[in-house]
Design a protein around this ligand. Structure first.
Ligand code: MEV
Length: 321
């Protein structure tokens, strides 16, 4: 018996980092997806293999091995077994087109797809809310203190406004006039480490940092209204302001700045880092028709440039038998 589930990667358009401290943020699902096949096995182990990482491991039930890149996958499968009270030997095959350490939510998408595939193959249909909740538990292993935005967008897809502790609102946005161009700095980084660094800065200078957090929250609220109205020029301006706030809290780098300025000069409406920063990808908002010119300029200095539409599709079970 097997089940295959897939889940989208994401780009945060407004509010990364600030969302960890309860400010609202906006994320969209991308066309890149993580795909996971879960098959029942006789041996009572959780076997995990990743095509992208060219790795395979066997984990006991319950799994141990924190620090192993495949441990969070085994842990996600185990969370399902624990939730439905059915420990079983299972084989998990991961095949993802979302680059890890990129800021595009690779770990959350793999967790969501693993949980959906595992629950199907174990004969329990979890609701999307339950899948997202278990993926949040798994994300704690990877990030330490996740806000919950990554597992939410990976489960529900589309465009969402998210606030920790309050949940999410689906935004009603017509993306037909714009495209997103994502460009890699070539430097993978650890989200948990950057989240800790930013929180330490806030703790050291609360009076300075709190107004920046507040501004970022107001900015996300304004941006949501502008996106729903289709005022893309103004959305681009606010992306640039958001990037400035992220630079202020110390998560930009020289490579990120170069990509951001190149995208803006090449005609993007706005450009900013996306995700935890310190490396990873930038996201540029382009009017339809100008995305190829922006991508061409970025390709001169970036090892990987991706043009993506926003995908309305969240987690789906693609096949089962
Ligand atoms: C990571 O994709 C986004 C951060 O805001 C962390 C989080 O929200 O969990 C940096």
């Amino acid at each position: 018996m097997y089940a295959i589930a897939s889940s989208p990667g994401k780009a945060i358009l407004f509010g990364e980092h600030f969302v960890v401290e309860n400010q609202p943020a906006i994320a969209v699902a991308l066309s890149l997806r993580a795909r996971v096949k879960a098959s029942l096995m006789d041996a009572s182990v959780i076997r995990v293999s990743s095509r992208n990482l060219s790795m395979a491991r066997k984990f006991a039930i319950p799994p141990s091995g924190e620090g192993d890149p495949l441990f969070p996958v085994a842990y996600s499968a185990y969370l399902v077994m624990e939730r439905i009270g059915s420990p079983r030997g299972i084989d998990i095959e991961v095949d993802s087109s979302i680059p890890p350490g990129s800021g595009m939510g690779s770990s959350a998408s793999v967790a969501v797809a693993t949980i959906a595939a595992t629950s199907y193959v174990l004969g329990a249909e979890l609701s999307p809310e339950e899948i997202s909740k278990l993926a949040f538990e798994s994300e704690k292993i990877v990030h330490g203190r996740p806000s919950g935005i990554d597992n939410t967008i990976a489960t529900f897809g589309g465009a969402i406004a998210y606030r920790k502790g309050e949940g999410f609102l689906r935004l009603n946005v017509d993306f037909s006039e714009v495209s997103l161009v994502l460009a890699d700095t070539g430097r993978a980084r650890n989200t948990g480490e950057f989240v800790k660094r930013v929180l330490a800065l806030k703790e050291a200078f609360p009076n300075v940092l709190e107004p920046i957090y507040y501004a970022a929250g107001r900015l996300a609220v304004e941006a949501a209204k502008l996106m729903e109205r289709g005022d893309w020029e103004a959305v681009g301006v606010l992306m640039n302001v958001n990037h400035g706030l992220l630079s202020a809290i110390g998560v930009s780098t020289q490579e990120i700045e170069q990509l951001v300025y190149t995208a803006r000069r090449a005609g993007a409406l706005g450009a900013k880092l996306t995700g935890a920063g310190g490396g990873g990808f930038i996201v540029a908002l382009c009017r339809k028709g100008s995305e190829n010119a922006v991508a061409k300029e970025l390709e001169k200095i970036s090892p990987r440039v991706i043009i993506s539409n926003v995908s309305s599709e969240g987690v789906v079970v693609e096949a089962k038998s």
